[in-house]
Design a protein around this ligand. Structure first.
Ligand code: ADP
Length: 411
């Protein structure tokens, strides 16, 4: 079959001309292949008669075309189109690259006009290569006349174009996804190397200073340097833990150990640890004694609270911080609020994304933008939700909800 780039002629009716132009327009404008095929075949049926149409496409280069689309549009339309009926004509057209006409007698068991079947098989070409076959079926004759065959070839050529458009659209989407992945990997490597280098720089610098043979350090200086080295080593470990958690969360390999958790006690423990870690923090804890026990991973839930409190210290230093927990219906709701600068509304929906940091906000504060992402993943693993609220009066509240899973274990 040659490519009928121009509508087949001679065109007897204006309606044929309208239909072929409409088919060409669909190919140029439609991105939804299935809807495009439906529209093309509906239009095709206004210019030549067929009862069934089916598309057989190769899944990969080595395979035979498989049935992928079928419609019964004619008098047999009450029944679902049977995808196997046109297969021999489709395969022959695909192999030979030629239009194929087949006539079959379905035998005496088939009553009425459906006994005689005329199949018109056409090769499908997309991107200059045979990709399958298109078959029109007609029951009860007459055989396809030559002008109908030309119209069918015109339709097949445009179906090939539609398939080529789909292939190109998928290719572009894949390339864009690959480019985005490469961009994220580059960003990841530069964020991570910067974040790892900073504490390492301190550790190396202060260790070299302490080891210098030409300088004498008094005890206070030595203790101060060692403290810095100790803190930076902690930070390095925290960073590596966060990076590992985050990549395990992405690959779905972070394991959770669910056990009965007394959330009230867990909050009080975490808060008292935070009190020691951040002595300047004015921390208030408000947790009722009768909070139900829930099923959860205590270490991971403590990690969520640790992270929210560490953020309150970093971004709202010196402000009062409150941790409150309440039973609300089938869930426990925990609120960690500070009275710091708050978070501009346009950044709030991105906060829980991997590596997201509010641009410019306290840029000298170190971080990777992984903490809140890890919090979200942990809370979601408990079937809960986490969100941020910034009250009009200022400050930031992180609110997470954990369902109390049945059966409830009595306290
Ligand atoms: P990191 O602290 O490492 O940057 P997080 O994921 O914990 O990463 O936090 C993401 C961003 O959210 C922070 O960079 C900061 O801009 C903002 N943020 C988090 N907590 C607060 C808070 N309590 N007050 C103001 N901004 C906050």
């Amino acid at each position: 079959m040659t490519g009928p780039l121009i509508p087949p002629g001679p065109l007897a009716h204006g309606s044929e001309l309208n239909a072929v132009y409409a088919i060409a327009r669909i190919v140029a404008e439609t991105f939804d292949t299935e809807a495009g095929l439906d529209a093309i075949f509906r239009l095709a049926r206004t210019i030549f008669i067929f009862d069934t149409v089916a598309l057989y496409l190769q899944n990969d280069e080595s395979s035979e075309p498989e049935p992928t689309y079928a419609r019964a549009l004619g008098r047999g339309r009450a029944r679902e189109a049977d995808l196997t009926w046109g297969e021999p004509a489709a395969r022959e057209a695909y192999r030979s690259g030629q239009t194929v006409l087949r006539q079959e007698d379905a035998g005496p068991t088939v009553a009425g006009r459906e006994r005689r079947r005329d199949y018109l098989g056409l090769p499908l070409i997309a991107g200059g290569r045979g990709v399958g076959g298109l078959v029109f079926g007609r029951f009860g004759g007459p055989a396809y006349p030559s002008e109908h065959i030309r119209l069918a070839e015109f339709v097949a050529w445009h179906v090939g174009q539609l398939l080529e458009n789909r292939r190109m659209a998928r290719r572009i989407a894949t390339l864009e996804a690959q480019r985005e992945l490469a961009r994220m990997q580059d960003e990841f490597v530069s964020t991570v190397s910067h974040e790892l280098r900073t504490p390492l720089g301190f550790i190396k610098g202060y260790t070299t200073t302490l080891l210098r043979g030409d300088a004498e350090w008094d005890n206070d200086n030595r203790v101060e340097f060692l403290k810095i080295i100790d803190e930076e080593a902690d930070r390095l470990r925290e960073l590596i833990d966060n990076l590992l958690d985050s990549s395990r969360l992405e690959s779905g390999t972070l394991s959770m150990t669910l056990e009965p958790v007394r959330l009230g006690a867990l909050i009080k423990d975490t808060a008292s640890r935070a009190g020691a870690l951040y002595p300047q923090m004015k921390l208030e804890v408000d947790v009722p004694d009768d909070l139900p026990i829930l099923q959860g991973d205590a270490t991971r839930l403590a990690q969520v609270l640790d992270n929210l409190l560490s953020n309150a210290d970093k971004y709202a230093g010196g402000s009062p911080v409150s941790v409150q927990a309440r039973r609300e219906g089938p869930a426990i709701v925990v609120r960690v609020c500070d009275q710091g600068p708050g978070i501009p509304p346009e950044h709030q929906s991105h906060l829980f994304e991997r590596f997201y940091r509010v641009p410019g906000a306290k840029s000298m504060i170190r971080g990777t933008g992984l903490g809140l992402y890890i919090c979200r993943k942990i809370v979601e693993a408990h079937n809960g939700e986490i969100k941020v609220e910034c009250p009009p009066g200022g400050g930031t509240c992180f609110v997470f909800t954990l369902p109390v899973e049945a059966p409830e274990i009595p306290a």
